[in-house]
Design a protein around this ligand. Structure first.
Ligand code: ATP
Length: 771
């Protein structure tokens, strides 16, 4: 792609955020791969203004180990000089003197505003540099157009035009972890906690933490509560306490306001909760502060930062003088380029709308996920209080909830949200315990039968629980006996089924759908919410639990890498789960910087192993001990019947002739995760509510009109994230066109392109593919 060798500089600016190091690594290595010279500007704009040693050429090995480090290793600063033209003039001069052709900036909206200003002024800055004799005309000639690309690094997730900023999900993970800890002590003492989180103009962290933890009440700047918020809060919390909740959690963004622009402080909220004439709760305040910025990046941020860093280099190289300056964004699951200026201006509009107390506008300027999540949150916490959304009796439905397949992070959160939504609408949610096997074998009417009412108090505590509280099982309905299942659905008068699970759940819906012609009781709507760590369910690019799994895998690999650095030069061959789907291996490889990844989609050949072993030998020969961290190879459990992780490790050891070592390691079920990730929890809530909303369109007693159900393709559907959209796809269509039944995975693997990125950034040489 690169026609001439370019010098590409990368810098991090504004507040640090986890994932910035992954950006630097990706930009440096991708630049080298594209035949360019990478540079780092240390200390943000300050380094650009200071020049000298602040602008340094980087080598491939300079960024080793960057993925697992928190903060930003090349430093960041708030730079007053850059706000003024003389500062920017010096910065321009430094760029030209260093021969830098392009600048990739990772920072928040302030940093990107600075970048935009710099770009707009660039021609006049060059003119001034020449007219004041600081540079000669021929010196500036090759740099007529400033090639800038922005990446959004911010824990606030406050930039318009992108669903996620680099670092936001890591900060959210930290917030949720802290709230989970606080909940334990709150519950022990039956206390209330007011927890303040970051976000001056943006309530994303507070909102998502509220969704993920099931907090009792939240305050965010974009959507202040109604004027009677004190009474509303008292009522909601009173109701939750009446249900028997022993803990009360209120999350407040630091920029929380009332509808008149008056700040709502944690102290005000505490006083209300503690008020002796009201709730009289023993209340404490916890301000999370900089903990939220700390720690290493979660797997999602490493993936986002890496893919966006790579995209930024491509954007730089494809830019022409006419190309509009872009910022790299993500919409649902798709990395996209957007005009930088528009994104910055839209972002500023949010703050202005809040200032002008135009809160509807502020909400409308946030992305769809934000408003979706806000609605989800409100529906799951004000249950029964909000009479507006209560259905009349003729519309209420009996909905069966069932988990199928292996447990996956977020299954419980999905059930909790689905049940809460049902309650607020007046539906009757029923748990079918232990999958179809449980349903078929324990259908007596004893309280321990498979079909049970949900105990709300118990379910309310499921937001952060791993595993499957209602039990799950891999058995398919045909194995349990389709006739029996059909009879049981009739017996319990289910009007709809909500299934949560992996490929077995997908297969179950397929079987139930096909059996409708024979068993009319199956003519009820069914919605599948994919949940499996393998992320191999057709009809979606993301399954609940896959994010939790990647976080576990990445954390495991980080530890292994560290242990390797403490001993000798070592290669670890790590076996990942995922069935015949290489998603976990590839995305894990992206998050840990694997030297090679083996997946079932490609298989493993001797040529491949030869090439990789040769490469490792080269690497260890050149490595004079300056970087002792170990190297990782990830191999999916079904990549090859013959070449297991152990065998690959043995081959490498044999070939290494004591110049380096090799070990295999199998994290196994650790990958199912303990506490589900914040992302899985939030997405579980959003998608589960959408599923119930989809089901409730059909109304009660759908079996009375079986033709209607049979003729409606969406009456058996799978919800999924596809590219930039959340969609329901008809099962029939997905089964026929999008499913590789033999290999139990989707026919198209949207994530397969990422393998090339893992290979490029891991320095892996191209190898011959198996015949
Ligand atoms: P965070 O979201 O963490 O606050 P940020 O990038 O918004 O990150 P800022 O402190 O606003 O952080 O900006 C970082 C730096 O970008 C500033 O110190 C300044 O050097 C530069 N900058 C910000 N706004 C402008 C501007 N309007 N003109 C020129 N430079 C700017």
């Amino acid at each position: 792609m690169a026609t001439t060798k370019k010098k590409i500089a990368v810098m991090t600016s504004g507040g640090d955020s986890p994932g910035m190091n992954a950006v630097v690594r990706a930009v440096v290595r991708m630049s080298i791969h594209m035949g360019c010279d990478p540079y780092c500007v240390y200390e943000g704009y300050e380094g650009l203004v200071q020049g000298g040693n602040f602008i340094r050429k980087m080598e491939w090995n300079d960024v080793r180990g960057y993925l697992s480090e928190g903060g930003t290793l090349i430093g960041t600063a708030r730079c007053m000089a850059f706000y003024e033209r003389p500062g920017r003039l010096t910065a321009a001069k430094n760029l030209i003197l260093n021969g830098i052709d392009a600048l990739i900036i990772c920072g928040g909206d302030g940093s990107l505003t600075g970048a935009d200003r710099f770009r707009a002024e660039w021609p006049s800055l060059l003119e001034e540099l020449v007219s004041t004799g600081q540079l000669e005309a021929k010196q500036v000639e090759p740099y007529k157009h400033l090639n800038i690309v922005g990446l959004v690094g911010s824990i606030d997730n406050d930039l318009s035009g992108t669903d996620a900023t680099i670092g936001a999900y890591s900060a959210l993970a930290r917030v949720c972890e802290m709230v989970d800890y606080i909940e334990a002590t709150a519950s022990s003492h039956s206390r209330a906690f007011v927890i303040e989180v970051m976000g001056r103009h943006c309530g994303w962290l507070a909102l998502m933490a509220g969704v993920a933890t099931g907090a009792d009440f939240i305050f965010i700047p974009e959507k202040p509560r109604e004027d009677n918020w004190k009474e509303e809060m008292r009522q909601v919390i009173r109701k939750h306490r009446d249900w028997g909740k022993r803990k009360t959690i209120v999350i407040i963004a630091e920029g929380a306001l009332d509808r008149h622009g008056t700040k709502i402080t944690p102290e005000m909220v505490k006083d209300l909760l503690a008020d002796k004439s009201g709730l009289a709760l023993d209340t404490r305040i916890t301000t999370l502060g900089h903990v939220q910025r700390g720690g290493t990046a979660v797997a999602y941020d490493r993936m986002l930062a890496t893919l966006q860093g790579v995209e930024a280099v491509k954007a730089v190289l494809e830019a022409t003088p006419e190309t509009e300056t872009c910022v790299i964004a993500i919409t649902e699951n798709k990395i996209v380029r957007k005009p930088l200026m528009a994104a910055v201006q839209e972002t500023k509009k949010v703050a202005k709308a809040i200032e002008a107390q135009d809160f509807d506008k502020a909400m409308s300027l946030r992305d769809t996920e934000f408003s979706d999540q806000y609605k989800s949150y409100m529906m799951t916490t004000t249950m029964g209080l909000d009479q507006d959304i209560h259905l009349d009796d003729t519309k209420k439905m009996k909905i069966g909830f069932i988990n199928v397949g292996a447990p996956a992070g977020g299954m419980n959160a999905a059930i909790r949200a689905g049940v809460a939504y049902c309650r607020s609408r007046g539906h009757e949610p029923l748990a079918i315990h232990n999958g179809f096997a449980g349903f078929a074998r324990h259908h007596g009417d004893s309280p321990l039968g498979a079909v049970r009412h949900f105990d709300w108090l118990e379910v309310d505590g499921w937001a952060s629980k791993g595993g499957s509280e209602i039990g799950t099982n891999r058995e398919l309905p045909e194995e349990s006996g389709m006739e029996l299942i059909a009879k049981l659905i009739e017996k319990y008068e289910f009007d709809a089924l909500f299934l949560i699970g992996g490929f077995e759940a997908f297969h179950s819906v397929s079987q139930l759908r096909k059996a409708r012609a024979k068993y009319p009781s199956l003519c009820i709507p069914m919605a599948l919410l994919p949940a499996t760590i393998s992320n191999n369910v057709p009809g979606t690019e993301y399954s609940l639990g896959s994010d939790t799994c990647l976080n576990e895998l990445v954390a495991y690999c980080d530890k292994i890498k560290q242990s390797a650095s403490a001993t000798r030069r070592r290669v670890f061959v790590i076996e990942t789960q995922g069935g015949r789907c290489g998603y976990v291996a590839i995305l894990g490889g992206l998050g840990v910087g694997a030297s090679a990844v083996y997946i079932p989609e490609e298989g493993i050949s001797l040529d491949m192993l030869n090439a990789d072993v040769k490469h490792l030998k080269d690497v260890f020969t050149k490595d004079k001990g300056q970087s002792r961290a170990g190297r990782l190879i990830l191999v999916n459990e079904k990549a090859s019947k013959v070449f297991t992780a152990k065998l690959i490790a043995d081959i490498i050891r044999e070939e290494a002739h004591d110049r380096f070592e090799s070990r295999d390691s199998i994290p196994g079920h650790v990958q199912q995760g303990g506490v589900p990730s914040a992302m899985d929890r939030c997405r579980a809530v959003r998608l589960a509510i959408k599923c119930i909303q989809h089901l409730e369109q059909y109304g009660p007693k759908p079996q009375k009109n079986p033709e209607k159900i049979m003729n409606d393709p969406l009456s058996a559907s799978v919800i999924g994230i596809k590219g930039a959209d959340v969609v329901f796809s008809p099962m029939e269509q997905v089964e026929e066109n999008e499913t590789d039944w033999k290999n139990r995975r989707p026919t198209a693997a949207h994530w397969l392109d990422n393998k090339e990125v893992v290979d490029i950034l891991g320095g892996r040489p191209p190898y011959p593919l198996p015949e």
